[in-house]
Design a protein around this ligand. Structure first.
Ligand code: FAD
Ligand code: UQ1
Length: 413
């Protein structure tokens, strides 16, 4: 059995950035990170990979290079938590004891909840930017597109980067136009939701975009089955009596899978809420029942949109509050729900949504970010990856709130 001051579960955006902060504060190997994967992916780049603007290889780096050198990397999967005993067990049966635990396990993709998947990914036209396995098929499907429906789905669960299903669609729509196939295509967004976006300001901007570009939006349509033999996709109509479905032919089908909190986390009812997410205080990010446990990112109950930008806004809160706890002081740092979604609308433009828990826009730049802009696109495509690899993963990026305050000095908002 091993013992550490701080154990971090998950070496993704949240785990890596929090571990980096504590590793520079504490002596060598006082922090351990449990993470089974060899490669750390910058997932936001997959939207660009799907459109052929970046290569998949550019989105990954060896885990060994991004995890903090001063921390012990336990290259395993955590398999069971014993929060009352301040310990957990890994897949190989190793016992790990901790004083403090940070859980950053992300979300699990549930492609198999859709009948016919994942097998149908081996057939023409079915693709998904959400997985390294299927993101390459997005561009392939666009290249091979002849005529018919190009359908983009949004599942009936919370997902990471709620804007990404639409980004895939806007890029694809522009691709089809550029390659003189747009008049043969019927582009549609079949979403389980009842609105195009959760924040009014950006929803209004996106409603204009879909209208201008002749994209059909079908609300409350949940993908339940893919039939590759007949190239049909079956949707459940969520507002109709249970069981009512509607079938669409597809030439291209971009699937955003249902997602859930990782099964192993959900299995521990002491740690999670009804929906299975790690139950933490929305301001302090401390667990509601175990004071020495904190959470960050997609696996948590935080009622904000799940993004890397949100993780950037959370990591200093976890760091500061956990240090206060170690010093026996009152937790005083509060997360405001900051999140951001760069809504890429094609090969050169982007709406840069930023907002808080109340759905109130919290824009960094003193310009209207709901407008499609090339500057926002450039930030998303070129600056964000640098910001992520060089600053965020080293614990040096806490989101743009300081920049926002400076740029808004004197403007009164
Ligand atoms: P992750 O980064 O997913 O990391 C979770 C880690 O936990 C993984 O490394 C995993 O291996 C590990 N893990 C899981 N189970 C275990 C276990 N049992 N034991 C140990 N380790 C475990 N965000 C933005 O801000 N802007 C964007 O434009 C954007 N676009 C996106 C586009 C796409 C297509 C996708 C997929 C995501 C996008 N995101 C975007 C979202 C962003 O990638 C996530 O919100 C972010 O990575 C969440 O960080 P996390 O640490 O919570 O989870
Ligand atoms: C951000 O901080 C971040 O994390 C590094 C992202 O993930 C890739 C983002 O997409 C965005 C938009 C932000 C917010 C940063 C600025 C400068 C607006």
């Amino acid at each position: 059995s091993q013992s550490y001051k701080i154990v971090v579960v998950g070496g993704g955006a949240g785990g890596c950035s929090v571990a980096a902060k504590f590793s520079s504060l504490l002596p060598k190997n006082h922090v351990a990170i449990i993470e089974p994967n060899d490669t750390h992916y910058y997932q936001p780049m997959w939207t660009m990979v799907g459109g052929g603007m970046k290569k998949l290889e550019q989105s990954g780096r060896p885990m060994s290079e991004v995890l903090p050198k001063n921390a012990r990397w336990i290259k395993e999967r955590a398999s069971e938590f014993f929060p009352k005993e301040n310990r957990l067990v890994t897949a190989s049966g190793e016992e790990i004891h901790y004083d403090y635990l940070v859980i950053a396990m992300g979300l699990q993709l549930d492609y198999d909840k859709i009948k016919g998947l994942p097998e149908a990914f081996n057939t023409p036209g079915v693709c998904s930017n959400y997985s390294t396995l299927y993101v390459g098929k997005t561009l392939e499907s666009l290249k091979n597109f002849k005529e018919g429906n190009a359908i983009f789905t949004f599942p009936n669960t919370p997902i990471k980067c709620a804007g990404a299903p639409q980004k895939a669609m806007y890029i694809s729509e522009e691709y089809l136009r550029k390659h003189n196939k747009r008049d043969k295509a019927n582009v549609m967004f079949n979403t389980s939701l009842g609105a195009i976006f959760g924040v009014k300001k950006y929803a209004e901007a996106l409603e204009k975009v879909v209208k201008e570009r002749n994209i059909a939006v079908n609300f409350r349509h949940e993908l339940v089955e893919v039939k590759p033999d007949t190239k049909e996709a079956v949707f459940r109509l969520l507002d109709d009596p249970a069981g009512t479905t509607k079938t669409f032919k597809y030439e291209m089908l971009h699937v955003t899978p249902p997602m859930s909190s990782p099964a192993l986390l959900r299995a521990n009812k002491q740690l999670t809420n009804e929906a299975g997410y790690l139950e933490i205080d929305k301001s302090t990010l401390q667990h509601v029942r175990f004071s020495n446990i904190f959470g960050i990112g997609d696996c948590t109950s935080l009622p904000t949109s799940k993004t890397a930008a949100a993780v950037a806004g959370q990591n200093k809160i976890v760091f500061d509050n956990l240090r206060l706890l170690m010093d026996g002081k009152k937790l005083s740092k509060k997360y405001d729900g900051y999140t951001s979604c760069p809504l890429v609308t094609g090969y050169s433009k982007c709406i840069l949504a930023e907002f808080d828990y109340d759905g109130k826009p919290l824009e960094t730049l003193p310009i209207n970010q709901a407008k499609e802009r090339m500057t926002s696109f450039f930030m998303k495509k070129e600056l964000m990856p640098q910001l992520y690899w060089k600053l965020m993963l080293n614990g040096w990026w806490n989101g743009p709130s300081t920049i926002r305050k400076i740029l808004h000095l004197g403007t009164g908002h």
